[in-house]
Design a protein around this ligand. Structure first.
Ligand SMILES: [Zn+2]
Ligand SMILES: [Zn+2]
Length: 397
């Protein structure tokens, strides 16, 4: 089969699957689950995969709500990723139900021609994107070692080639001083609250001299027990964000320097932990996203460069994957222009007709892009050559 016949075949397969895909999207939307609790979505998606004759590995890569399925026996291995976690209080306001159903449709359609086209496709269920870094846990267990390229689509209020994903790291800090009676013998005390306050002010001063895309936000989580006791133990929580994982490293050190300087001034000890999983920035593979945009255009979707149109800023664990294999994270329109993700209004669009259309078009555009990656060796080679120029030396797992 030639490329055109294969693309026609996958689009017809998505049309045949459309009622199931739309039902899956709406059912996941109606049953929002937080990260690592997505049992309903995990079970529904794996059942649909097995109904189509594939084997789904449940609880894959040691993550209980992850899954993995494969079709094809030789050739390049392309992963289509499904997210399905929701947000507390506002449900599927990030539209991950659309990501799940579009990924499922793309993967099943590509699977139906994998042998004929000489390629392999993986349908991977990647939980806990909003927090918890499901993709990172899966990658640590080896999930992406046999993958040549990875893709997903994310709902938005426009069709865009990329999300503007910046790197983020969480920091916990504790100051340890010496308690004393604040009236009777303050000279015996060393004030851990003063250290936290000065540290906060030091970071405020630092903010004037950081890059426009960088963000630092902090709160006090422990500030003392009683006014008449010199506070001996205080604690803060910080988020540090920068354009890339590489530029994040020196910013993390500058923040730590501000806090340590405050501890030194107050003669208290400071301890800190860089906690959780840092989400990397997204390295969007241009060769792959051009192929995706070409395929989306065939469906009547004009996919614009975010710089020229409109951008969606956030952080995602797909960024970490983009440092491991050539990857794309295009945004697909489900909502009216101007409706931001993580809003109640966006959740309605994700569960409505705009979401349904994005499921079908996203599935087709990704399935056709898988065909391009399988059948045009030049495309995968260009994607890999571009990937090889990524920054290295910063750990992403
Ligand atoms: Zn999202
Ligand atoms: Zn989100």
């Amino acid at each position: 089969m030639d490329i055109e016949a294969l693309k026609q075949a996958v689009c017809e397969r998505v049309d045949a699957l459309a009622p199931r895909l739309v039902h899956a999207s709406r059912a996941i939307h109606a049953n929002p689950e937080l990260g690592y609790e997505e049992r309903f979505a995990h079970d529904l998606l794996t059942e649909l995969i097995e109904e189509q004759g594939l084997t789904a590995q449940r609880g894959a890569w040691g993550v209980s709500t992850a899954f993995d399925a494969q079709a094809g026996t030789s050739g390049p291995s392309i992963a289509v990723l499904c997210e399905y976690d929701a947000l507390p209080g506002i449900g599927h306001a990030c539209g991950h139900n659309v990501i799940a159903a579009a990924g499922l449709g793309a993967g099943l359609a590509a699977a139906s021609v994998a042998e004929a086209a000489g390629g392999r496709v993986r349908i991977m269920g990647t939980p806990a994107e909003e927090s918890g870094g499901g993709k990172v846990l899966m990658a640590r267990a080896g999930a992406f070692e046999d993958v040549d390229a990875a893709m997903m689509v994310h709902p938005a209020d426009a069709d865009l080639t990329a999300i503007d994903a910046i790197a983020i790291q969480q920091l916990l800090v504790q100051f340890h001083g010496k308690a004393a009676h604040a009236a009777a013998a303050p000279w015996n005390g060393r004030n851990a609250l003063d250290a936290a306050v000065l540290g906060y002010m030091n970071v405020a001063a630092l903010r004037q001299h950081i890059r426009p895309e960088e963000r630092i936000h902090g709160i006090f989580t422990r500030g003392g027990d009683k006014p008449n006791i010199v506070p001996s133990e205080t604690a803060m929580e910080w988020y540090v964000r920068s354009g890339t994982l590489e530029s994040l490293q020196p910013l993390m050190q500058r923040v730590l320097g501000c806090l340590q300087g405050a501890a030194d001034a107050c003669e208290v000890e400071m301890t800190h932990q860089w906690v959780g999983i840092s989400y990397a920035d997204m390295i969007d593979n241009v060769a792959m996203v051009q192929a995706y945009a070409g395929n989306a255009a065939r469906l009547g979707r004009v996919v614009l460069d975010p710089a020229a149109a409109h951008k969606v800023t956030g952080s995602t664990d797909m960024g970490n994957i983009s440092y491991l294999v050539p990857s794309i994270h295009p945004m697909i329109q489900v909502a009216e222009h101007g409706v931001p993700i993580h809003s109640v209004a966006f959740a309605e669009f994700a569960g409505g007709e705009g979401g349904d259309r994005a499921v079908i078009d996203g599935a087709k555009a990704m399935a056709m892009t898988v065909i391009d990656l399988w059948t045009s060796p030049d495309l995968l080679a260009r994607a890999k050559a571009e990937f090889d120029r990524r920054p290295t030396g910063v750990p992403v797992l």
